[in-house]
Design a protein around this ligand. Sequence first.
Ligand code: FAD
Length: 390
Amino acid sequence: MERGYPCDNRRMRRLVFVGCGHAHLMALRAFAGARPRGARLVVISAKPLVYYSGMVPGWIAGHYVRSQCCIELPAVIRAAGAEAVFAEAGGVDANARWVCLRDGRRIDYDVLSINVGGETDNSCFQDLGSRLLPVRPLQQFVEAWPGVMARARGKGGFRLVVVGAGAAGTELAMAAQHAFRAAAIAAQTELVASEQGCLPGFDATVLALVRSRLLAAGIVCHDGPAAGSAHGVLLADGRVLAADQVLAATGARAPRWLTLSGLALDAEGRIVVDRCHRSISHPDVFSAGDVCSRPDVAMAHSGVHAVRAGKVLGSNLLAVLRGKAPARYRPRRRTLYLLSCGDRYAIASWGRWSAQGKWVWRWKDWIDRRFVDGFQRLADPALAAPYDGR
Ligand SMILES: Cc1cc2nc3c(=O)[nH]c(=O)nc-3n(C[C@H](O)[C@H](O)[C@H](O)COP(=O)(O)OP(=O)(O)OC[C@H]3O[C@@H](n4cnc5c(N)ncnc54)[C@H](O)[C@@H]3O)c2cc1C
């Protein structure tokens, strides 16, 4: 257990959540069951809904409608007894304890929790211009995808290149190819990995299973570094892959505005947190998900860890508001990943164990739906109370 955050019970304290990704969804759930006395909660989110990334490849493949993959935030925020501010945060001053919004408003806090995810690092692909579509922000990606399908329908021999062959890029490539096939669109999908190859960090058996599914789907894979050019995707051997559309799933980096926050950041700009997910420089600031980094433990940036850490984050925020000590989040050594393969088929990976089949897809489908349904059940037509600036 860690040192408690000094609690001044004499006045109302304001806890501000910035961003509402996987981690804060879980944290807000903790507040739905327990309202801390003397605390006022404010949730700042760029949008009033969030897409559940695990279901996006399934939506692209045509297994879900869009509303099944998204969570409406007003109901979740309301259930937590919080006020909603649907605006983009543009900065934090951790010494002066305020968050500024892009529209110029400023919100003071006593305790701050940051969960804004990451941005796609597509700096090497800018020369592609309008043909480049980053997978993050996820909402913009989801909104743009129907346009990609429409263009593919209208052009014979459409060429889609997915750069980045981590779990997200690999799943998206297979989902897109499945969607093209299902719609009888003559299109070719290619997948470009980094020099680390496909699915870095996964066991070799999982990689072999995925490679055989990519092959079966007719997706050509290229290993090695790549960059965007005016003509398409430039590979290290000098070849250029012609592309009508390039999806960039090249990994997430922290938002740039954090560099001015005064918070301790790692070399990649992520907020460095301790084992309780509290900033190592500012004990009144907490963070979880892709935007933070834990130097004490090896932990992948994934939805799985964001969700699990988010649960602990919720209890920790409640604890500090009550003047109690926060607890640590212990990431498990092995993490279960269920990779969808376009059709209703998936590959499971858990350390060195792996499995595949339609049953794995049904398993993933069940887990994903249960996660989203848990929040959708909170749906209430009444919107969360708007923040009145006081
Ligand atoms: C297509 C795809 C599939 C994936 N599948 C899986 C999977 O199956 N399993 C897995 O473990 N991981 C998966 N991932 C990775 C996973 O999505 C991320 O690791 C996870 O979303 C990180 O969650 P988070 O809590 O950090 O924030 P996020 O869920 O990324 O959410 C951040 C939120 O903050 C908001 N926000 C951002 N900036 C601001 C701002 N300035 N002001 C206010 N709000 C802001 C955003 O609108 C967003 O709602 C996938 C990723 C992608 C792209």
